[in-house]
Structures are given as structure tokens and as C-alpha cells.
Design a protein around this ligand. Structure first.
Ligand SMILES: *Cc1c(COP(=O)(O)O)cnc(C)c1O
Length: 383
């Protein structure tokens, strides 16, 4: 009870929460990503030490975690206002009874990744790009994860035996220029093991760029060590795509992690997911996009939430995203405007969406609506 009361006072201060909950942890451990991994909150009972949960709520949530397990790093836990039921950080990581209550909506694998896998673990949807699912382990289980179907299997990491056919496939498919390490989070690998995979990819002449899709900068920034960055820097060009969803995630620690990656030569781009009650307002998206630009991270995509079973409560109508894009255009630097995309079911691919700026077009004239709603005519040169 004491702890909860204290948390209420310090609710929006990560430092305050760290002091309340983890004051006994020396900085040496707190900043050690392996300690953060070992100390993740994995059960509802553990969770109840940090936030008010009635006995009944605990029982209901245990039912949810039997299907969709829970994982939260101490670091990410401290970003939450644990006593606020609508806290946007909590909504991303604390299980919700609606995950199972609304399970008649959506598919387990809406993007048909399994069908688009020529070898297990590798998704080949676009001719020039291949995606490797490196593991199913992440520091934090995002409740909106589009691969949450894979959590049930218990934690796994691809073995060398499983990776070999994927590397062979890439080697034998010269159209592939861009390999995306995805997951689960690829930075879960020990740095040495990750280096072996990346150097194997680098040895394939037609692989021009390597991308790493990781949420570590957001959920466990301590993982972005100097050692990791100096390893990665040897194998560039490497592009890092991360996943900030809310301006409150832009902490000094997360900023420092992004700076280390950037200084080591890796551009950092952000892939945000539009989430109901988290970031589905213009105010939050504006603060997020501006905040990202301030730390040199480029907003790349704003994803409409995929039609994934167990995420319905976090999904918004498509119009919500289009309205946000309309609001951002003209008020945020063009550099800070993500492309809003829907990833089509069945592996149809990503489709960009934006407000209609084009009203009509003919051989001689185009008519546009600008970001302020003003109608403008534009002479169309002869073809
Ligand atoms: C999103 C995705 C890519 C990369 O798409 P970009 O638009 O190039 O970022 C590649 N392969 C798969 C399977 C994807 O889902």
C-alpha cells in the first residue's frame, strides 16, 4: 500500500519510480542490460507489487497471460504512471482482459508470413528484401505485437542449424539487396553471435544493406553498449529501425542509446504503431515526431495496427491516422512526417495513405486542396 501511494505522487517521474521500486539496485546493475533482462516482470503476481491490482483483476489477467505472456523490464516499468489505468506506457506493456475477450477479431498471422517463407524463419515478400525472424524474445512484450502468436511457444532463438538455410537462400537469391533482422528482437543475441550472423550477410556480395529492427533503444536502452556499436560499425551500411510510440519514451537513456548508434554510423529511423489510447491524437503524434527529430531519429513509418488477434482494443479506425497526417502536414517539419501505411492482409504489402490533396486533374489543370483546406489551381504543362 505504501509503495502504491508513493507511486501516485511520483507517477510521472521515472526517477521517482526508480527510487521507490529499485532504490536497492546499484547503478552498476541497473545499467547492465543482462540484469534488466534477468529482472523482467514476468508474472501478474510480480506486477501487483508495482501497481494496484485487485485479487479479481489478478485472476483475470493471469488468464490473459496464459495465452499472451507478459514481460516488462524494470527500466520500462519506471516509465509508467503505474496508478493511472489509462497510462499510455502501461497500455503498451501491461496485459488487458480485452486481449482475450475480443479474440474473435483478427488473425494470428494476418500478413501471411508463414506462407511467404521459402525457408522457415525467413519472410520474402518483396523481390529485393528479405526478413529474418531471429528469435521470439524481446525485453518487453508489446501488447500490440503483430507476432504475438509466437509467444506461446516459449522463448527461442534461431540456432546456427536453423540460420544456415536462410543464409543459403539469401546467397542463392541475387535479387535480395536488403536483409532485415527482425524478431523477436535481434539484439537479444549475444554480441559475438550477432556478429557472426551479420558478417555472414556481409560476405554475400549482393546484400547491399542490412537493417536491424529493434525496440531495445526504447525498452532497454542499456543494451546499446559501446561494444555493440563498435561491432556493428564494422559491417555498415547498417540501418536501425526502432519503435518509439510515445514522447514519454524519449528519455535521457533512450536518447543516449540512439546517439551511440548514430555516432557509430547507423541512421536510426522510427516505426511507430498507431494505438488507441496511446498515441491516436494529433497532440501526441506531434510531440513524438518533434521529439524524434530533436534526437536525430527520423520518423519513417506510422503503421496502422495490423488486424492481429488479441490487439483489437488497441486498434483505431483508418480515418484516425489520416486525420493525424492531415494535422501534421504544415505544422511539423517535412523531415518529421512519417509515411502512414496499412500493411495489407495476406502479404499484400504496405500501402501508403494520406489525406486527399488532389481534387481533380485534367490535361490542362490540376486542382489541389492544401493543408489549410485552401483550394489551389495548378497549370498542367502539355505532355
Ligand atoms: C515491412 C517489410 C519489409 C520492408 O519494407 P520497407 O517498406 O522497405 O521498409 C520487408 N519485408 C517484409 C516481410 C516486411 O513486412
Amino acid at each position: 500500500m505504501n509503495i502504491l501511494h508513493a507511486a501516485a505522487q511520483d507517477g510521472d517521474s521515472p526517477d521517482g519510480l526508480r527510487k521507490k521500486f529499485f532504490s536497492h539496485v546499484p547503478g552498476r546493475l541497473w545499467n547492465d542490460w543482462r540484469w534488466q533482462m534477468r529482472s523482467r516482470v514476468r508474472t501478474i503476481e510480480q506486477l501487483s507489487q508495482y501497481m494496484p491490482l485487485s485479487h479479481e483483476q489478478q485472476e483475470q489477467l493471469s488468464f490473459v497471460t496464459a495465452k499472451y505472456p507478459l514481460s516488462i523490464t524494470p527500466y520500462y516499468l519506471c516509465l509508467m504512471n503505474t496508478v493511472d489505468p489509462d497510462d499510455p506506457i502501461k497500455r503498451q506493456a501491461v496485459p488487458d482482459t480485452q486481449e482475450t475477450a475480443l479474440c474473435s477479431f483478427g488473425d494470428e498471422d494476418p500478413l501471411a508470413e508463414a506462407e511467404l517463407s521459402p525457408v522457415p524463419g525467413l519472410v520474402h515478400r518483396y523481390p529485393d528484401r528479405a526478413l529474418i525472424i531471429t528469435s521470439n524474445i524481446c525485453p518487453v512484450h508489446c501488447r500490440h505485437c503483430n507476432r504475438k502468436r509466437q509467444w506461446r511457444q516459449g522463448p527461442w532463438i534461431q540456432t546456427d542449424t536453423a540460420l544456415a538455410p536462410m543464409l543459403d537462400y539469401i546467397k542463392n537469391t541475387p535479387q535480395i539487396r536488403d536483409v532485415i533482422l527482425s524478431g523477436g528482437d535481434p539484439l537479444t543475441f549475444a554480441t559475438g553471435r550477432l556478429e557472426r550472423i551479420i558478417s555472414a550477410l556481409r560476405n554475400i556480395a549482393h546484400v547491399e544493406i542490412i537493417r536491424i529492427g529493434t525496440r531495445y533503444p526504447v525498452t532497454l536502452p542499456q543494451r546499446i553498449t559501446v561494444e555493440l556499436c563498435s561491432m556493428l560499425t564494422k559491417y555498415g551500411p547498417i540501418w536501425v529501425n526502432t519503435h518509439f510510440n510515445h514522447p514519454r519514451e524519449l528519455t535521457p537513456e533512450a536518447t543516449a542509446a540512439c546517439q551511440r548508434l548514430l555516432r557509430a554510423g547507423m541512421p536510426v529511423n522510427n516505426q511507430c504503431v498507431l494505438l488507441r489510447g496511446v498515441n491516436d491524437t494529433l497532440e501526441v503524434q506531434e510531440a513524438l515526431c518533434r521529439g524524434l527529430l530533436k534526437i536525430n531519429v527520423r520518423p519513417y513509418y506510422l503503421f496502422h495496427t495490423d488486424d492481429v488477434q488479441g490487439t483489437e482494443h488497441l486498434r483505431t479506425p483508418v480515418e484516425a491516422g489520416i486525420a493525424i497526417m492531415a494535422g501534421l502536414r504544415g505544422t511539423v517539419s517535412g523531415l518529421g512526417l512519417p509515411t502512414y501505411v496499412v500493411d495489407l492482409p495476406g502479404g499484400g504489402g504496405k500501402v501508403p495513405l494520406q489525406p486527399d490533396y488532389l481534387i481533380s486533374g485534367s490535361d490542362s489543370e490540376y486542382v489541389f486542396r492544401n493543408h489549410k483546406g485552401k483550394i489551389c489551381r495548378y497549370r498542367n504543362p502539355a505532355g
